[in-house]
Design a protein around this ligand. Structure first.
Ligand code: NAI
Length: 241
């Protein structure tokens, strides 16, 4: 379904990003796995992707750095020819209550989660425009839809991603480029850790945490849904209903 396409996935070395990289590879896409620090984990994900008979390569890049992103997109273009699908998945949390939150914690989260997505879209846009084809998927969060006490920085970054998604979708739709967001709820990854006793679980209508593969399935849908743009797809067991 995605054979011949090139997918770039940020934060692809673990968790939701790794699941999306593997899913796209299973659909026939070649995959550029962008990682922040753990080269071995990124190489392992590339190896798992290659088992589907596609090409995969890992690139170290801090998505918050405008210049590094520019160089990385150029390197991906040199290796793969272009990018068709961009998944802005890299994200961090630095939770804290507002009276105690350090300026650095606010800036770091906004720089990675929101500006990181802008940086990638900014530098991939030329490739999309030249090919008159492109699909952008931004990984937001239900925190961005509902807000969450103790996460003012994270929720602001994830709400910002939704504004970014809709603006890019409107701007680039006439050029055949789509942009959508996914808002995951409570997904079992390194970011959420061991949460079996978290009281939030009782608020999930479907009763359990989600898996990274549940988000990857939504990404696969958005990658192939040619008439869907500007959408925010919740994958949250109903928590933000
Ligand atoms: P994770 O912590 O397991 O993975 C995040 C990935 O982003 C890691 O590979 C990390 O190295 C990478 N990353 C962080 N900063 C980076 C930077 N500056 N440059 C490049 N890469 C960087 O987290 P998880 O759970 O897989 O989350 C993936 C995305 O899904 C994040 O954007 C997160 O906010 C979002 N999300 C996760 C939820 C969950 O319950 N796990 C719920 C809602 C949204």
């Amino acid at each position: 379904m995605l054979s011949g396409k090139v997918a770039l996935v940020t934060g692809g070395s673990r968790g939701i990003g790794a699941a999306i990289a593997r899913k796209f590879a299973s659909m026939g896409a070649n995959v550029a796995v962008i990682y922040a620090g753990n080269q071995q984990a990124a190489e392992d994900v590339c190896g798992q992707c290659r088992e589907y008979g596609v090409e995969a390569k890992a690139y170290r890049c801090n998505v918050a750095d405008f210049g590094e992103v520019k160089d990385t997109v150029a390197a991906v273009k040199a290796d793969f020819g272009t990018v068709h699908i961009l998944v802005n998945n890299a994200g961090i949390t630095r939770d804290g209550l507002i009276p105690m939150m350090k300026e650095e914690a606010f800036d770091a989260v906004l720089d990675t989660n929101l500006k990181g997505a802008f940086n990638m879209i900014r530098h991939c846009a030329g490739l999309f425009l030249r090919g008159r084809e492109g699909c952008i998927i931004n990984i937001s969060s239900v925190s961005g839809l509902m807000g969450n006490a103790g996460q003012c920085n994270y929720a602001a970054s994830k709400a910002g991603l939704i504004g970014l998604t809709k603006s890019v979708a409107k701007e680039l739709a006439p050029k055949g480029i789509r942009c959508n967001a996914i808002a995951p709820g409570f997904i079992r990854t390194d970011m959420t850790g061991t949460q079996e006793n978290n009281p939030l679980l009782a608020m999930i209508p479907l009763g359990t945490m989600g898996e990274a593969e549940d988000v990857a399935q939504a990404a696969a849908y958005l990658a192939t849904a040619k008439y869907v743009t500007g959408e925010v797809l919740r994958v949250d067991g109903g928590i933000a209903m």
